[in-house]
Design a protein around this ligand. Structure first.
Ligand code: PGA
Length: 243
């Protein structure tokens, strides 16, 4: 695990962007594992800005998203399918058939997990982008999730529902279940880039980096990955004992 601490999130995002760009330039058919939420938004904006001012080409890039709410699909502005299209896919020259996300409206949840696992096996992830939950989750792998799981259905933690309330309209019924890529698949990614910004992540960051590897803090498994880079701003790094 390589931990890099920046003065602010903007500098960390610049670094994340340079890693993603290098990946796509070096391997135009890269498979990117993508995340949603507040954390990767600035990275996606930089990718879009760069796309409009450089010769970078996303035509052959494939993408696999971490998670999706059960009950929502592209036709809901609260779905991650919509988020991805709005923030990234529609603004790059990606081929939409190369992008993958679980179908939140799937009737048979088990079959959807099996389908998604095949997508991941058929498209080994070169670079996985991750955010970090305040409770230490990666994807929607909540505390207590087995490290051996592949794609599965989760009951979201109360703390996750609370943390994500800000992304939903006041009158909208917030989903309590989701599909998530499992830790086993995340750990198979060739390279992992986790970003965490702000004080609300400081406790989870400390436990992820400095404490034991435990299913109670899912992100701690990243200590065992061979090529994992953690990008933090000062606030997220504020509880680390060793700088
Ligand atoms: P956030 O969530 O980026 O919205 O803070 C991160 C996560 O839950 O993985």
């Amino acid at each position: 695990m390589k931990v890099l601490i920046f003065d602010n999130a903007t500098e960390a995002v610049n670094h994340a962007f340079s890693i993603v760009r290098e990946q796509v330039v070096n391997k135009p058919k890269s498979v990117l594992g993508l995340a949603t939420g507040g954390t990767p938004i600035k990275l996606y904006r930089k990718m879009v800005a760069d796309f409009h001012t450089s010769a970078i080409n996303y035509k052959m890039v494939r993408s696999i998203n971490l998670d999706e709410y059960i009950g929502l699909d592209y036709y809901s502005i609260y779905s991650y399918a919509y988020y991805m299209d709005y923030n990234l896919f529609s603004k790059l020259n990606m081929d939409i058939s190369n992008t993958h996300i679980q179908n939140g409206k799937a009737k048979d949840l088990k079959k959807e997990c099996i389908r998604y696992n095949k997508v991941i096996t058929d498209n080994p992830i070169d670079l996985q982008i991750l955010g970090l939950g305040q409770n230490g989750h990666i994807g929607f792998n909540e505390p207590g999730t087995s490290f051996d799981l592949e794609t599965h259905v989760v009951e979201l933690d109360e703390s996750t529902i609370e943390a994500n309330k800000k992304y939903f309209g006041k009158l909208v019924k917030q989903p309590t279940k989701a599909f998530t890529m499992g830790i086993k698949s995340i750990m198979k990614s060739k390279k992992i880039l986790l970003m965490a910004y702000g004080e609300s992540k400081a406790d989870a960051v400390k436990r992820m980096i400095e404490e034991e590897v435990t299913e109670d803090l899912p992100a701690s498994i990243l200590q065992k990955h061979d090529d994992c880079i953690i990008l933090l701003d000062k606030e997220a790094a504020s509880k680390l004992s060793k700088r």
